[in-house]
Design a protein around this ligand. Sequence first.
Ligand code: DC
Length: 199
Amino acid sequence: MVKIAIDGPSGAGKSSIAKALAKEMGIVYVDTGALYRTIGYYVRSEGVDPKDGEAVKKCLPDIHIEVKYENGTQCVYLNGENLGDRIREPEISMYASAVSAIPAVRDFLLETQRSIARANSVVMDGRDIGTVILPDAEVKIFLTASNECRAERRCLELKQKGIEVSYEEVLADMIERDNNDKNRAVAPAVPAPDAVMLD
Ligand code: DC
């Protein structure tokens, strides 16, 4: 069993590298952002403020998340329904970032992530994989890129999925989200002391 952690801000290329590596090594790729996005999706559908920790916490008992692999692709099921690309909408990115700062949400997803890594060799991408989820990962990479480069990549990715966005909007959202993610009190998106920094 091998565990590879790839952390870093959005749009740096974590998932591209992680997917290619998983394919090359014949191991499982885990996109942990999809889990926070799924909670963000649920919270939005309930009309709950994603920054209201108590209100979001009350939603958790009604959320059942399953991660399945179909034709080599990770699918996340929310209460039995595969959400597909609906969790990729820019509004859901903001919801995901807000709910991910709530400790109860992080606790809720901890075991889901660790159990996948117990059952499989994995390359897992996220924000706190090397620091919190898999602190004993054999390889830890913290991947970064300039804001402009990341926003360009994200724009292209969204357009390929048929989601229309402007570059300026993506850049502003990304900077706001990165600030939330790296300055939050619990499991901030920072490199593990033993991570390899890759720009
Ligand atoms: O990787 P992504 O853009 O799909 O992640 C969406 C949000 O989820 C991101 O803004 C922060 C949060 N997240 C997190 O807090 N920890 C992770 N391991 C992965 C994502």
